[in-house]
Design a protein around this ligand. Structure first.
Ligand code: ADP
Ligand code: MG
Length: 622
């Protein structure tokens, strides 16, 4: 059969590998071993669930053979193997896992960055080899096939001889260059140390011929001999004691498993011995998974039953708002044969999930207390998820999550917790005040904040689209209600002068409202303004910021805030309105439109008819 061509993305990735200047080329071995281990997992799982198959523990292994003479490195496994079609499907196109979406990114970043960030699976072999051969015999098949490629120009697949089910990958290692000593990858000590570093916990033996020395039978001489040895400890990292493990071990595991493309910000190792026994290693990544907000992103933890992986992304283990948490759970109390459907209702699994949720919350709490800087960094990236958690699931998690929230404070000029806000509240202050807007700068200049700030009250700035929705669910913190600076009632003591303002100017406000029609529900005297002549406020549940968020949703429900135009009766402009009311109704209408449009602009809303607005200004200037 003739040469077949790689799909475009694969070819691009392959080019990258071949010309790679990535400094950690050694990770290719981690990738091949991890594929081998996955393949053995699959056959192991099959054997456990299929009575017709029988294997012994010794039948499962990976072996590595290096030959300096022929410059070949062989990685062999007794896994499930690949059929001709699988060779084509799996190795002819770029692997599905993770790496797909960087198609567009690939040009933007440096090649080595991508390798470090994405891990690249099988193709990484081309970082160290100029010819790669994959001989494989699939379970249940008599014929083996060989996939072979010299790089980007294509590959061949031909029938070949292979005694047993499994896969044999042969790399023809590149010649040394000035920059890279490829001989390293044929050196048994070096290979051993790479395996130790990245693949020590693989549960199947990784065997290799190692050279040793011993006392010769006669005399003092020592002689060297070779012996096949298992070079990994085979103890999965999660069943080890925390005290045996270093930060680097956890980091390596994170990379090996490709949980993220960055370094983890934090790891949580759980060894639970209670009603349900399980081990778990969880990670909080440093950065948001690049595809987190895309449809492709699948949240969930890897689920193992007594060391055998039974599901890659188990969603039921982790609440949606902790969807960024990565990692795995291994429990001996879960049945291997359990189906996805049954798993959802499994009591053990529910207990584990609840437990994990609590552990993560506690970890975050302790981070907030002990490592404020680290926590603030975490919150900058994932805080939105926690706020989302407050209002999701009908608010059932709000009590736990509210203490983890941070908001920017007008007086402190940095993010603060709600508890810190309450601590600073003076005797006379009854409510927690907040203002919503696009950015801290925009909010700081909102006229609506004037009076609240003037009273010396701290204002929390809400710049995330979920903020107000979350606060509506919370309603209060430590029995102190939240109040928007733009809401109908600021909760100030009633002021007689203020009370009179609306009544005294009833005719003026009615005329203004008439001029504005449906654009506002009301025009009234403002209690929140000091230096500004005008602002928009809202009555009712929906705020202007919430209206904006809803309008941006794909299925825009079209809900509108009840907007109220508020006038500062202490402002000199008010006198202008008053005289216009008496002298010239048209002028009053012109001023009203202008003030309304100004209020819109201040709010970050667009003016419905910009031409009419500019015409109005021209009228004023003439
Ligand atoms: P990933 O492991 O993330 O899926 P890889 O590029 O490492 O991506 O591998 C691509 C696919 O090739 C694997 O998903 C698997 O189906 C197949 N594969 C690779 N190596 C082996 C192997 N040793 N035995 C069986 N299948 C393999
Ligand atoms: Mg892989």
């Amino acid at each position: 059969m003739g040469k077949r061509k790689f799909k475009t993305e694969s070819k691009r990735l392959l080019d990258l590998m071949i010309n790679s200047i990535y400094t950690h080329k050694e990770i290719f071995l981690r990738e091949l071993v991890s594929n081998a281990s996955d393949a053995i997992d699959k056959i192991y799982y099959k054997a456990l669930t299929d009575e017709k198959l029988s294997f012994n523990q010794e039948d499962y292994y990976i072996s590595i053979e290096a030959d300096k003479e022929s410059r070949t490195l062989v990685v062999r496994d007794t896994g499930i193997g690949m059929s001709e079609k699988e060779l084509e499907d799996n190795l002819g196109v770029i692997a599905k896992s993770g790496s797909l979406d960087f198609k567009d990114d690939i040009e933007k970043k440096d090649g080595f960055d991508i390798i470090g960030q994405f891990g690249v699976g099988f193709y990484s072999a081309f970082m160290v080899a100029d010819i790669v051969s994959v001989k494989s015999k699939a379970l249940g098949s008599d014929q083996a096939f060989e996939w072979k490629s010299k790089g980007a120009d294509g590959y061949t697949i031909e029938p070949c001889e292979l005694a047993d089910v499994g896969t044999v990958i042969t790399l023809h290692v590149k010649d040394n260059t000035d920059d890279e000593n490829y001989d390293d990858y044929l050196d048994s000590y070096r290979l051993q140390s790479i395996v130790k570093k990245y693949s020590d916990f693989i549960r199947y033996p990784i065997k290799m011929e190692v050279t040793k020395t011993r006392q010769a039978e006669e005399g003092e001489e020592t002689e060297s001999y070779t012996e096949q040895e298992t070079i990994n400890s085979m103890v999965p990292i999660w069943s080890k004691n925390k005290s045996e493990l270093t930060g680097e071990d956890y980091e390596n595991f994170y990379n090996e498993k490709r949980y993220g493309f960055d370094k983890p910000a934090k790891h949580i190792h759980i060894k639970a011995e209670g009603t349900v026994r399980y081990n778990a290693i969880l990670y909080i990544p440093q950065s948001m998974p690049f595809d987190f907000y895309s449809k492709e992103y699948e949240r969930g933890l890897e689920l193992y039953s007594s060391g055998v992986m039974i599901m890659k992304k188990c969603q039921d283990l982790i609440p949606e708002y902790f969807g960024f948490v990565q990692g795995m759970v291994d429990s001996e109390d879960l049945s291997l044969n359990i189906s996805r459907e049954l798993l959802q209702h499994d009591r053990q699994l529910k207990t584990i999930a609840k437990n994990i949720k609590t552990k993560i919350k506690n970890e975050l709490k302790s981070m907030l207390e002990k490592d404020r800087e680290g926590y603030e960094k975490f919150f900058e990236t994932f805080g939105r998820q926690l706020k989302y958690g407050v209002y999701s699931e009908y608010g059932m998690n709000k009590d736990d999550l509210q203490d983890l929230l941070l908001f920017y404070s007008s007086t402190e000029k940095k993010v603060v917790t709600l508890a810190e806000y309450i601590d600073r509240m003076g005797e006379d202050q009854k409510y927690i005040y907040y203002a919503a807007g696009e950015s801290n700068e925009r909010i700081a200049s909102l006229p609506q904040t004037e009076m609240v700030a003037d009273k010396g009250y701290e204002i929390l700035y809400f710049t995330d689209d979920v903020d107000e929705f979350a606060i509506r669910v919370l309603q209060a913190y430590d029995e102190k209600e939240f109040k928007s600076v733009s809401g109908s009632d600021l909760g100030f003591e009633a002021d007689e002068k203020d009370e009179a303002a609306d009544k005294d100017n009833e005719a003026l406000f009615t005329a203004m409202k008439e001029s504005l029609g449906d654009k506002v529900t009301k025009v009234r005297a403002s209690k929140r303004l000091k230096n500004h002549p005008v602002c928009l406020a809202t009555d009712g549940e929906l705020s202007i910021e919430m209206e904006k968020v809803l309008a941006a949703m794909p299925d825009n429900p079209g809900m509108k805030a009840d907007k109220v135009l508020e006038i500062n009766t202490n402002h000199e402009i008010f006198a202008v309105l008053k005289s216009a009311e008496i002298e010239d109704k048209d002028k009053l209408s012109l001023y009203t439109q202008l003030l309304y449009n100004q209020a819109l602009l201040i709010e970050g809303l667009s003016v419905a008819d910009p031409v009419a607005f500019t015409d109005d200004i021209l009228k004023l200037m003439k």
